[in-house]
Write a protein that binds this ligand. Structure first.
Ligand code: F6R
Length: 244
């Protein structure tokens, strides 16, 4: 794992968007998995602009959504589905065969997990995974206590995730379960970028980078990834000892 520090959110996002764009140029059939949420918003915007402006071939890329709130329709503006449809899949005009997002309304959610695992395997794994970090150290919906061996799975959401998650919604919603790609896929991904910005993430970044590796603090798994990068702005790095 490597830590990289940026002056601010803009520079952090420009770096990640640039890395993804360059990777697509080198490998047009890139398999990209992204988290939604606030952190990667600017990255996604910059990436889409870059692909469009530089006319980068997007016809062979594959996109995978990291997770979803169980029970939410894709029309809910707080869903991951909604975010990706409107900000990435739509603007890049990806074909349906080019992406997979969990259907959080599926009758058989277990089968939805199997479909995701099969999709990832058929694509020979994820090339680049871009994740955020929750206030409890979660990645995706791999909540504290999640096994590092998990494939895609359904999980009861932690209290912190349920309350912090309200920020994505215009009105109060009942958030009880999530469906998520598990850590086995993260460990197998060829490259992982964990992004964090703002002082509210300083404590969890300190634990991620300088704390013990434990399933009780999920993001500590980054220390085990040989090609894992923890990318932070100055505010998120503010509690690190010897941050440089
Ligand atoms: C969202 C996801 C979550 C978020 C995390 C941080 O798809 O996977 O794990 O990355 O909760 O959220 P933000 O970026 O809103 O602080």
């Amino acid at each position: 794992m490597e830590l990289k520090r940026f002056r601010n959110y803009q520079e952090l996002s420009e770096f990640v968007a640039g890395e993804i764009a360059d990777s697509i140029k080198n490998k047009p059939s890139l398999v990209l998995c992204l988290a939604s949420g606030d952190t990667p918003k600017l990255t996604v915007e910059l990436l889409v602009n870059k692909i469009n402006e530089e006319k980068i071939d997007r016809s062979k890329i594959t996109f995978i959504g990291l997770d979803e709130w169980v029970g939410l329709p894709p029309t809910n503006s707080g869903s991951c589905h909604y975010f990706f449809k409107n900000n990435l899949i739509g603007p890049l005009q990806l074909m349906t065969s080019q992406y997979f997002l969990f259907d959080a309304l599926a009758d058989d959610l277990r089968n939805e997990c199997l479909k995701m695992d099969k999709f990832i395997n058929e694509k020979n794994g994820i090339d680049i995974m871009v994740v955020g970090i929750g206030m409890n150290g979660h990645i995706g919906f791999n909540e504290p206590g999640s096994s590092f061996d998990n494939l895609s799975h359904i999980i009861d959401l932690d209290e912190i995730t349920r309350s912090v998650g309200q920020k994505y919604f215009n009105e109060k919603v009942e958030l009880s379960q999530g469906i998520t790609i598990g850590f086995k896929h993260l460990l197998n991904a060829k490259k992982v970028f964990l992004m964090a910005n703002g002082s509210k993430k300083a404590e969890v970044i300190k634990k991620t980078v300088q704390g013990p590796v434990t399933e009780y603090f999920p993001a500590s798994i980054m220390q085990q990834h040989e090609n894992g990068f923890v990318l932070v702005d100055d505010d998120a790095a503010s509690l690190l000892s010897n941050p440089d």
